[in-house]
Design a protein around this ligand. Structure first.
Ligand SMILES: *Cc1c(COP(=O)(O)O)cnc(C)c1O
Length: 388
């Protein structure tokens, strides 16, 4: 019987037998680097934990199942996942990438992939004519939707048709919405990437990354690369991320509800000049989101009247933490210009609309009244200071 997303977060059908020996409800942490062989040529299926570890494998199956993939690899961070993915390519290859992406991804492409002979066309995948950038060396289209931090929404199905027509891979970084709200593989993508550090782990306490696919050949390459490069996640961190995933559905529901409320509230504020949240009907990606995802997520980007006001907000928040990262139970407020996107060349940042007045919020699962209460106090204090 097919299972719903919330059930899939809690139970992995095929692994329920593995706890039969002791009745343990929580999947065991196999804290081992290596495995004894019963005899020559008789492996248990596990030889060395860089290649395979039962706890990591359990997590990989859970994430693959949530993304409707056939397999996943779990890595030590989201960047480890993206770096490993880039090993699919060789000098001369060309990729089309979204202009607005997580800053670390841009840093990797600009500083490491380019050095390795890979070239990029950096375009706005949500509006530019992608097809006109495809050439004989193009191997992949790499997108985020919604993008970090400007929340541009790309029609995954439409891009996947272009990718298939030209026999290039469509890769989607699905960190912002999580498999609970959006499944790119179902919409035609070939590869899904996650920073598991964010919503999947959900508690701002563990780094993790994933690559998910439904293609046997790609999966074999990722497993080979993981074994060769060695950036796999540890057994204990695998267990922490799996534990986080068990509550993914309730966390996403609650934080999204909070985010909708806060986005509407922000719109009413005098100090705020623009609120970018794809769950607002005026957002240009609203209709596409309704078609391709089951919700709008809990990330909000907004612009305030000046850099000074932006800095004052960051200085004054208390319960809401001024910190990088997103997707945890705690509400975090981020300043992309000097934090997540500091290494993105200034002209690209500005072209994408990231200014010194841009603030990003990852809405957590606190009581929305308390979040609004704190923001209200911060905004009032600033207004008073302005009024003298
Ligand atoms: C954080 C993030 C990454 C990088 O993941 P790490 O776990 O921090 O290495 C990649 N993509 C997106 C969209 C992210 O938010």
């Amino acid at each position: 019987m097919p299972r719903g997303m919330s059930t899939k977060c809690v139970h992995l059908e095929e692994d329920e037998g593995c706890i039969k020996n002791y009745g343990a409800i929580s999947f065991p942490i196999y804290q081992t680097a290596t495995y004894a062989h019963e005899g020559v040529g008789r492996s248990t299926g596990y030889d060395y934990s860089r290649l395979a570890n039962p706890t990591r494998e359990h997590l990989e199956k859970v994430v693959a199942s949530l993304e409707f993939g056939t397999s996943a690899v779990a890595l030590s961070s989201g960047m480890a996942a993206i770096a490993l993915f880039m090993e699919l390519f060789k000098p001369g290859d060309h990729l089309i990438i979204d202009s607005d992406l997580y800053g670390g991804s841009i840093r990797l492409f600009d500083n490491i992939s380019v050095k390795n002979g890979i070239s990029f066309s950096r375009i706005d995948c949500y509006k530019d004519d992608i097809e006109s950038y495809i050439n004989d060396n193009t191997k992949a289209i790499y997108i985020e939707t919604p993008t970090n931090p400007m929340m541009n929404v790309t029609d995954i199905e439409a891009v996947s048709r272009i990718a298939k027509k030209h026999n290039v891979l469509l890769v989607v970084d699905n960190t912002f919405l999580t498999p609970y709200l959006q499944n790119p593989l179902v919409l035609g993508a070939d590869i899904v990437i996650h920073s598991g550090t964010k919503y999947l782990g959900g508690h701002n306490d563990t780094l993790a990354g994933f690559i998910i696919t439904k293609d046997k050949e790609l999966d074999a390459r990722f497993k080979f690369l993981l074994n060769t490069i060695g950036s796999s996640i540890s057994p204990f961190d695998s267990w922490l991320i799996d534990r986080g995933i068990k509550t993914l559905s309730v966390r996403m529901e609650k934080s999204e509800k909070n985010a909708e409320y806060i986005a509407k509230w922000l719109k009413e504020q005098e100090l705020v000049t623009k609120v970018i949240y794809p769950g607002l009907p005026e957002h240009p990606g609203y209709e596409i989101m309704k078609k391709q995802s089951r919700g709008f997520g809990a990330m909000i980007t907004f612009q305030v009247v000046s850099k000074e006001v932006a800095l004052a907000i960051l200085e004054k928040v208390k319960m809401i933490k001024y910190a990088e990262s997103l997707g945890g139970v705690e509400t975090l407020i981020t300043y992309p210009t000097t934090q997540t996107h500091a290494d993105v060349p200034k002209e690209i940042r500005e072209r994408n609309g990231i200014t010194e007045s841009t603030i990003r919020v990852s809405v957590g699962i606190e009581d929305v009244e308390d979040l609004i209460g704190e923001l209200e106090k911060v905004f009032n204090d600033i207004q008073e200071e302005i009024n003298g």
